[in-house]
Design a protein around this ligand. Structure first.
Ligand code: TNX
Length: 662
């Protein structure tokens, strides 16, 4: 995962044992990204399988288990958008050959190889296979907010490992927002001093992360959000702001009203200095200036800003933001970068080198492309909204989603010519960290991010959801061997909730729950200092058990009546009912869990109704049963339980069983 462009499985395999060795050849083999595979690949193999594999480089390709052939050297500079990532991989006749035109292809192909290892009758082995592969889109990213909750360097590096594993190639680092300014500036040190509450990356750390990413074929695009989402800058340099008085770093999660003052020359002098400094620190060609969610209140209430707008014939806040963006564009360009920003930055007459990141959706992206502008899609890929992998998997930059109200407002989708289609560079998953702690961070990204990575890399025709989930289950475990903790850390969180003792009953109960979806999660109930320890924050965004149960009900109901076997469904429902009974004293005994007693009661009601429905599918239900059971379960179908943040995800399946009762 991502599924390659072409795969042909053959007979036989190459064993993995302690004699594993690598040989390099070709003009590109001396590239550091390729050379590093000589140590990284054996270490990963050893970790994944337990087989004693050590780095062993041999000269002669015919002697090596793995021959890595890279035809051409890299271009020497920082990785660029569109650098060749194609590769081919062949496992046959006792040898593995990974060949690529350019260094990045070898980096991508090595990850495919690592996914191939399987345990067979004679130990671990690479199955014989022939693979040709290259990406569908050149820009495949993760947009990562480190402002709302700070994510330290180790976690960033781990995330980069995971990104490389699923062939993502851009980390868009959202480094400033109302709640924190996260990079050291030598020129304007008050930014980290007053804007970060002590949580920021030093420039040494930034360089280290950039080098780490570069080794793994990942570009880093920094974002400094302006003129809105800028409270943390203003806490450090209040003169940049258009409000009056004092600013403090934000702790809540509403959209803040604080805006930079786009009417003062001093603002641009400051930004020139700052962007100049950051342009040197970050080698990527692109520089993201944010631009989202400007609430005009402060501008409207500031007489000097109003006077400026009259003087410059700027009709409204949108026109003023356009003026600001044009000034910013000059600065960004002067420092040698292409400007990138959210939808709001788009207006005609901008240079065609900018990139628009669309949170609004495909229509907005395509409209820009129709006018010759490049863009990437993020709508449909918001990981913080807790949607299942299948939803993200269905979102495609080149396909319109089922019509939505917002989309209708932004006008009809244009027909794009083949040339215009090429302007759609790919997409970025977005992870906003309002409700993310260091413990649940991995679980908010993984494994769903792997499904999104497949959407960006694999051919458009790869859309089978069942296959995706089957492979995702494997990838989920594989990523843990890489050091990600999406399952293990959540388990630790739940063990913490029960006072340090693992509770099998809590595990079973929690396994069929999911956190509420979309903006129902009510981030505004939290602040940056709220302990993020509740059960809702300690479970995965998506329940595998509930999905499997739903699928099982589907096959059960679709089978001919004479062939239906309800035993498995009964076993599941009885298990959950029993475990939920057992969890009640656990919830009662632990203060942090007590609020979930109502969820346990609701779960038992759902299980009971499901078991009854299975009975009444064969024998007549008592009169009135169907209405009562249906009403009892309906209140939990895609609806939160009372005031809690939970969905009982077996409720929709049980509702189907009830509906099928004659
Ligand atoms: C919108 S979309 C934001 C972020 C929030 C996010 C929460 C966009 C560019 N901005 O500031 O964190 O929603 O989902």
């Amino acid at each position: 995962m991502p599924w390659p462009s072409s795969v042909s499985v053959q007979q036989g395999s190459v064993p993995l044992d302690k004699n594993f060795s690598i040989a390099f050849s070709g003009a590109g083999a001396s590239d550091p990204r390729v050379r590093l595979l000589g140590t990284r690949t054996p270490l990963r193999l050893a970790r994944q399988t337990g087989v004693f594999v050590k780095p062993s480089i041999v000269k002669d390709a015919s002697e090596a288990t793995l021959a890595i052939v890279v035809e051409q050297p890299g271009h020497g500079g920082a990785q660029k958008l569109g650098d060749d990532e194609g590769y081919s991989l062949s496992v046959a006749d006792g040898h593995i050959r990974l060949s690529a035109t350019a260094p990045l292809g070898a980096v991508r192909g090595a990850e495919t190889l690592l996914q191939l290892v399987r345990q067979g009758d004679n130990g671990f082995a690479f199955p014989a296979v022939s693979i040709q592969d290259q990406p569908r889109f050149p820009w495949r990213g993760l947009s990562l907010d480190v402002s709302r909750h700070f994510i330290p360097v180790d976690e960033i590096k781990r995330t980069l490992d995971g990104m490389c594993a699923v062939k993502l190639n851009v980390l868009h680092w959202h480094l400033s927002d109302d709640q924190g300014f996260r990079v050291e500036s030598k020129k304007y040190p008050r930014l980290q001093k007053y804007g970060s509450e002590g949580q920021y990356y030093t420039q040494v750390q930034v360089r280290d992360v950039i080098a780490y990413a570069a080794d793994r074929g990942i570009r880093i695009v920094p974002e400094f959000d302006m003129p809105g989402h800028a409270t943390s800058w203003l806490a450090a340099y209040p003169n940049l702001g258009s409000g009056s008085g004092k600013y403090d770093v934000g702790h809540g999660f509403d959209v803040y009203y604080d805006l930079m003052d786009p009417t003062k020359e001093s603002t641009y002098r400051f930004l020139d200095g700052f962007i100049g400094e950051m342009s040197k620190l970050f080698p990527d060609e692109y520089f993201h200036i944010g631009g989202d969610e400007v609430e005009a209140k402060q501008w409207n209430e500031n007489p000097a800003v109003s006077a400026f707008m009259r003087q410059h014939n700027l009709a409204d806040a949108k026109a003023l933001q356009t003026y600001f963006n044009q000034r910013l564009l000059k600065i960004v360009t002067k420092h040698g970068k292409h400007m990138e920003g959210w939808d709001e930055i788009f207006q005609p007459n901008l240079p065609k080198t900018i990139v628009i990141q669309s949170w609004r959706g495909q229509r907005s992206l395509w409209q820009a492309a129709a006018q010759g502008y490049q863009g990437i899609l993020s709508a449909g890929y918001y990981l913080d909204l807790m949607y299942p992998a299948s939803d993200h998997y269905a979102a495609d930059p080149m396909k319109l989603p089922p019509s939505k109200k917002e989309d209708e407002q932004s006008g009809p989708a244009p027909e794009l010519t083949p040339e215009q289609k090429k302007l759609i560079l790919g997409g970025e998953a977005a992870s906003w960290e309002e409700l993310v702690s260091l413990e649940n961070f991995d679980s908010r990204l993984w494994p769903r991010l792997a499904a999104i990575a497949e959407r960006f890399w694999s051919p458009e025709s790869v859309t089978d959801v069942q296959s995706m989930y089957r492979r995702l289950a494997y990838i989920n475990g594989w990523l843990e061997w890489l050091g990600l903790g999406q399952r293990s850390k959540l388990l630790l969180m739940r063990v913490r909730l029960t006072g340090g003792v693992p509770s099998p009953a809590l595990e079973a109960f929690a396994s069929i729950l999911e956190p509420v979806k979309g903006y129902e999660r009510h981030a505004e109930k939290y602040t940056t200092t709220t302990p993020l320890v509740s059960l809702a924050l300690s479970i995965p965004p998506e329940s595998d058990a509930a999905r499997e149960f739903r699928d099982a009900i589907e096959s059960f109901l679709n089978a001919p009546k004479s062939n239906r076997d309800s035993a498995k469904l009964r076993e599941r429902l009885t298990f959950w009912e029993t475990e939920t009974t057992a969890v009640k004293p656990v919830l009662q005994a632990n203060p942090l869990l007590r609020e979930n007693l109502s969820v346990a009661d609701a779960t038992m009601a759902v299980c009971k109704a499901g078991l009854e429905a299975l009975d009444y599918l064969d024998s007549a239900a008592p009169s009135g049963w169907k209405q009562t059971a249906s009403a009892a379960v309906d209140q939990y179908v895609n609806k939160r339980v009372g005031e809690t943040d939970f969905l009982i995800q077996i409720a929709p399946g049980v509702q189907k069983l009830i509906a099928a009762v004659p």
